[in-house]
Design a protein around this ligand. Structure first.
Ligand code: TXA
Ligand code: MG
Length: 358
């Protein structure tokens, strides 16, 4: 954990227009003052991210025990044009926590952070260091995941340092390993009547419905006028290639690991195969041509998510020729990790920087 003195220094760095990487419960963020256009520009440069990809504004949750007493309306007034009943239900149920909400933006919200859109994404992270930083800073902090564009998000301070090594002399607050392990769920409330899921995460539509009675629609389910909306706001996580390791990564269907291996018949290749902890060993000895090693992964979706990026980063460092992961089972509780794994596969491989992720 980080001392108050170090957090005070981070606050000063943000006030001076600098960047600070900090832990959240989901992944580490690369933070800058949301009111400082120059600082925001530095984030896009550091990440190598296109300037029309909007950032999430992180806000402090007031330090009160009784959540229902928190005046979110006043806190959000500078950022959000109007706050619906539904929005307040979601906020009261899930903030601080891994839920990002997209609203119509308030007038003073900088175009630099919204990528020129008339909406703004906001969340209150629950990690105690993030909260202390935000409370002391007394303002909004924009923070994308602290990785280079298209790469695997960092879930430890060492990951962040590794990501920007030799490029950027970055202050990194160390809050240990991130608990959730994949980025926040994003819900779009900006169209007025319907809540739409833009990015699946650990908080699922069923959990939202159970706790608030608010129905969350999948993007394909919502019609605008007579047409199905296909023109979603720009979400860089919605690009096919994202969260990608440099080693080729593929998924295998249940029981089909040998098929996946035979599609990659290089006799000299070294393959890491992730295997559910609930399954007995895969009997890979049958496959003579490759050097195969099993890596056990959790069959519990929450635990799997918390370790996914850690495993991908570690495996990527170990010099395998191929990484195989099991296809996550059907079911909403797996949507977040399925989404990240599919994108990671698509963008993986040594040429990942050449894929359509810019
Ligand atoms: O868990 C998280 O959300 C992490 C931690 C650091 O808070 N942050 C994060 O930021 O994942 P980033 O920039 O890597 O991803 C934010 C996503 C992007 O896909 C972005 O396009 C989307 O949020 N986004 C931001 N503002 C938006 C808006 N106004 N409308 C739609 N999508 C938006
Ligand atoms: Mg990201």
């Amino acid at each position: 954990m980080q001392s108050s003195a170090v957090i005070n220094e981070a606050v000063q760095t943000l006030r001076d227009g600098g960047l600070v990487a900090f832990p959240t419960e989901t992944v580490y963020g690369l933070g800058a003052d949301a009111k400082n256009p120059e600082a925001i520009k530095q984030i896009f440069i550091a990440k190598g991210r296109p300037s029309n990809h909007p950032l999430i504004v992180h806000l402090a949750a007031p330090d009160k025990f009784d959540q229902t007493q928190i005046d979110w309306v006043a806190l959000l007034a500078p950022w959000v044009r109007d706050l619906s009943e539904e929005a307040l239900k979601l906020i009261n149920a899930f903030w601080p926590g891994p839920l990002t909400l997209v609203f119509k933006k308030g007038k003073s919200v900088l175009n630099e952070l919204t990528g020129g859109q008339d909406t703004v994404a906001i969340r209150a992270p629950s990690h105690p260091i993030a909260q202390e930083l935000l409370r002391k800073f007394k303002g909004g902090v924009v923070a994308p995941s602290a990785n280079r564009f298209g790469k695997v998000s960092p879930t430890s301070a060492a990951d962040v340092r590794h990501e920007f090594e030799g490029m950027l002399d970055l202050m990194v607050l160390d809050g240990g390993d991130c608990e959730v392990g994949i980025e926040s769920t994003i819900i779009d409330l900006s169209s007025g009547d319907k809540a739409i899921l833009l990015r699946p995460g650990s908080i699922t539509p069923s959990e939202i419905f159970a706790k608030t009675g608010v129905k969350v629609y999948q993007p394909g389910e919502v019609k605008s006028g007579n047409e199905v909306t296909v023109d979603l706001p720009r979400v860089s996580g919605s690009l096919k290639a994202h969260y990608a390791p440099t080693t080729p990564l593929r998924l295998y269907a249940p029981g089909r690991v040998l098929d996946a291996l035979s599609e990659f018949p290089d006799i000299k290749s070294r393959v890491a195969v992730a295997v559910w902890d609930s399954e007995s060993s895969l009997v890979l000895d049958d496959h003579p041509s490759t050097d195969v090693e099993e890596v056990i992964v959790s069959s519990d979706p929450t635990t799997f998510a918390s370790r996914l990026y850690r495993s991908l980063r570690d495996l990527d460092q170990q010099g395998w020729d191929l990484i195989l992961f099991p296809e996550p089972p059907a079911g909403e509780e797996w949507d977040g990790v399925r989404d990240r794994l599919q994108r990671a596969c698509f963008g993986s491989g040594p040429s990942s920087s050449n894929h359509d992720n810019n």
